[in-house]
Design a protein around this ligand. Structure first.
Ligand SMILES: [Zn+2]
Length: 336
């Protein structure tokens, strides 16, 4: 990773920059410039890794999330979401077809994984209802999203019967969804070091994933974003119904935005510990993050709130780590 821009000055005011982003705008990272086949494999590895850690967090913290429902735990993709030279490669690699949802990841501890679904399975119908293949001529995520909505709605009601195709062979699979937080995580190929939560989804950039040396470190980033949802810093009415309508306004009125980032760091540690990840690895992650992004050496303020420097964040985590250790030793509840 090379720095293409000058270091950010201390306490730089970056108004209007990435309202809900956690992290600083950053130099290039990731693999956006690689040849298509290499890019596809790199994307695949990142997606599978993020899907695994996200699912573990979502399932373990279902009872703390303001919005939860029964989910299959898979990450789905479609041919139509790929553009240009990646499309034929993705079709051949994953057996994708139009807007039909293909399994990109089915973590081992998810209902999808437990039912035997795996990467390369193409979902044709749910409970006897065929999913739409669409026109699929143009690059679009819309058709897949519509199919995912059908699948999600079916899963939320209980066990679902799927017709799936793998390597040309069709079969029936029954999935038994379990309660989990509803915020799906999407990987953004931006070559930056960013993660964010908008109350509906969690987003993490390829560069940010590459900074996390292992799943424990990746869990720190994703749990921080999940914590924004748990603490209801960012919610949207279409996700949360009536209670979420004025949530952001309420947060601002209470002045929560000033400490939202620090609060998300702290609550995130609890969430990842509850999911079985090692909270102490967060300290190392912040050191790597600081090395990867010069901007993280300084506190910043933007319209999303106050972003402390990586070293301040490390220091602030120490008493939380001690608190978590004490609670575990005393067998007390890990509630942030
Ligand atoms: Zn944040």
């Amino acid at each position: 990773m090379t720095a293409r821009r000058a270091p950010v000055l201390a306490a730089l005011l970056v108004l209007g920059l990435g309202a809900a982003a956690c992290g600083h705008p950053s130099p290039d990272a990731g693999f956006a410039e690689a040849p298509p086949a290499v890019r596809l494999e790199a994307l695949n590895a990142v997606d599978v890794r993020v899907a695994r850690v996200s699912w573990t967090l979502a399932r373990a913290n279902a009872d703390l999330c303001p919005v939860n429902r029964r989910r299959a735990g898979w990450t789905l993709q479609s041919a139509s979401q790929y553009g240009g030279e990646l499309r034929p490669l993705a079709e051949a690699r994953y057996g994708l077809d139009g807007d039909l949802p293909g399994v990109l990841a089915a973590p081992a501890d998810s209902p999808a994984g437990e039912a035997g679904l795996a990467q390369g399975d193409l979902i044709l119908s749910v409970n006897g209802q065929p999913l739409s293949r669409g026109e699929a001529a143009v690059e679009s995520y819309d058709g897949l999203q519509a199919n995912i909505a059908v699948l999600d709605a079916a899963a939320a009601r209980g066990p679902v019967s799927l017709r799936v195709r793998r390597d040309g062979v069709e079969r029936e699979v029954t999935i038994r969804p379990v309660l989990a937080c509803v915020y799906p995580t999407q990987v953004e190929v931006t070559g930056t070091l960013r993660s964010r939560a908008d109350g509906r989804n969690i987003f993490i950039s390829d560069g940010m994933v590459s900074v996390a040396a292992d799943d424990d470190q990746l869990a720190f980033v994703l749990a921080h974003e999940l914590a924004h949802a748990v603490l209801e810093h960012r919610t949207q009415p279409d996700v949360t119904g009536t209670r979420g309508a004025s949530n952001w306004a309420i947060s601002l009125r209470r002045g929560l935005s000033l400490s939202a980032e620090a609060d998300a760091d702290k609550a995130g540690l609890f969430l990842l510990t509850r999911a079985g990840f090692d909270p102490w690895r967060s300290v190392e992650f912040l050191t790597s993050y600081e090395e990867a992004d010069r901007g993280a050496r300084y506190a910043q303020v933007n319209s999303g709130g106050v972003y402390e420097s990586a070293s301040s964040r490390r220091r602030a985590l120490q008493p939380v780590l001690a608190d978590i250790a004490a609670r575990r030793a005393a067998n007390r509840a890990l509630i942030p």
